[in-house]
Design a protein around this ligand. Structure first.
Ligand code: 6CS
Ligand code: FE
Length: 299
C-alpha cells in the first residue's frame, strides 16, 4: 500500500489483501429512510449483497427485453464503441451507457423504488458511474472471471473510495445453469490488491476477457473457504444489489436460455472520479461517466 493510496493495486507489487477502509452503509440517518428495511440493510452490510426476487412484475420485463434487443442495432449505428462482442462467436456480450442511449432505461433507473435504495445505502445524492446490458447469450455467453469492480474502477477510472454499488435487473430467468452471477459473501470487507501493471487501453480487451485485476487463485480460494459462493437465481424482474467491492464472476452459458441482465452502477456524488490511480488516461465516457449531477426522480 502506498502512503497516498489505501487501495493501491497493479503497482507491480505482490498480490495481497488489506482491510476495507470505508463503511458499507454510509449514513445511519439516511439509511433509516428508504425502501429497504433494517433487516435488508443489515444483510447488505454483512454480506455485501442483497437479492430481491420478483421486485418487478414479470410482465414489466417484456418491453425491457424488446428495448435490449433494439439497442444492439441502434448502438451499432450510433455509438459502436459502446458495444463489446464475445471474442469467439462475435455475439453481442455487452452494450454500455444504456442510461444515456435509451430513454426507456434512463427513465427506469430514476424510479424512486430503485433510486432511493441507492441513496439509502450510499448516504448521499447519487449519480450513474456506469450502465450496461450483459447479454450472456444462449449457447454462446462467455464467462466473467473473478474480480472486484471497485478494484477496476479505482485503478482505471480513479474512483477514490468504496462508496458505490451495482444494481442488476434480470430480464430473463436467472437459473443455476445459464451463467447466473456468482458472488462471495463478505468479500467486500477486504480489498484484494492485484499483481502486474495495467496495460494501455486495457478496456479494449478486459471487457471481453479480464486478465489484469483478477485476484490470485489462493486469495479467491481463501475467501470462498471462509464464506462460500452464492448465485442468486429468480424469475424475470428479480433484482440483485451488490457493493462495489464484492468479489463476483459468472460462468459461461451453453444453455438455450439467455441470461440478459441490466446493470446500473450508482456512485455517491461525494465520491467523484479523480485521475486513474494507474496513472493512465481515463477510460472513455461510455464506460466511466464523468457527469456527477445528482440523479433526480423520474417526473
Ligand atoms: O471494467 C468494468 O468496469 C467492467 N468489468 C467488469 C468485469 N465488471 C464491471 C464492469 O462491467
Ligand atoms: Fe463486475
Amino acid at each position: 500500500m502506498t502512503w497516498s493510496d489505501p487501495y493501491s493495486s497493479r503497482v507491480g507489487g505482490e498480490a495481497r489483501t488489506v482491510p476495507r477502509k470505508d463503511p458499507v452503509i454510509h449514513d445511519a440517518e439516511t439509511a433509516s429512510r428508504g425502501p429497504l428495511d433494517a433487516e435488508q440493510l443489515e444483510r447488505f452490510d454483512r454480506e455485501g449483497l442483497l437479492e430481491l426476487q420478483r421486485f418487478f412484475d414479470v410482465r414489466e420485463m417484456e418491453p425491457l427485453r424488446d428495448e435490449a434487443e433494439r439497442l444492439k442495432t441502434a448502438t451499432a449505428e450510433a455509438n459502436a464503441e459502446a458495444i463489446v462482442h464475445e471474442p469467439e462467436s462475435g455475439e453481442v456480450r455487452s452494450v454500455f451507457a444504456i442510461h444515456e442511449s435509451s430513454p426507456v432505461f434512463a427513465r427506469l433507473i430514476r424510479q424512486p423504488r430503485l433510486l432511493d435504495i441507492a441513496t439509502q445505502i450510499l448516504g448521499s445524492d447519487v449519480c450513474i458511474h456506469q450502465s450496461r446490458i450483459n447479454y450472456k447469450p444462449a449457447f454462446r455467453g462467455r464467462e466473467f472471471d473473478w474480480h472486484s469492480d471497485f478494484e477496476t474502477w479505482h485503478v482505471e477510472d480513479g474512483m477514490p473510495r468504496m462508496r458505490a454499488l451495482s444494481l442488476s435487473i434480470c430480464l430473463f430467468e436467472n437459473n443455476p445453469y445459464n451463467g447466473a452471477l456468482m458472488l462471495v459473501p463478505e468479500s467486500h470487507r477486504v480489498f484484494v490488491s492485484c499483481r502486474g501493471r495495467t496495460p494501455e487501453r486495457h478496456y479494449e480487451r478486459s471487457l471481453q476477457r479480464q486478465e489484469f485485476g483478477v485476484p490470485e487463485r489462493e486469495i479467491v480460494s481463501h475467501l470462498v473457504r471462509r464464506s462460500g459462493i452464492t448465485a442468486p437465481t429468480g424469475p424475470p424482474g428479480s433484482i440483485l444489489l451488490f457493493d462495489c467491492n464484492t468479489l463476483h464472476g459468472s460462468n459461461g452459458n451453453i444453455t438455450p436460455w439467455p441470461r440478459t441482465n441490466l446493470f446500473y452502477v450508482f456512485n455517491s456524488t461525494l465520491n467523484r472520479l479523480e485521475a486513474p490511480f494507474s496513472g493512465q488516461p481515463p477510460r472513455p465516457e461510455h464506460i466511466a461517466s464523468r457527469r456527477f449531477e445528482p440523479l433526480a426522480h423520474a417526473g
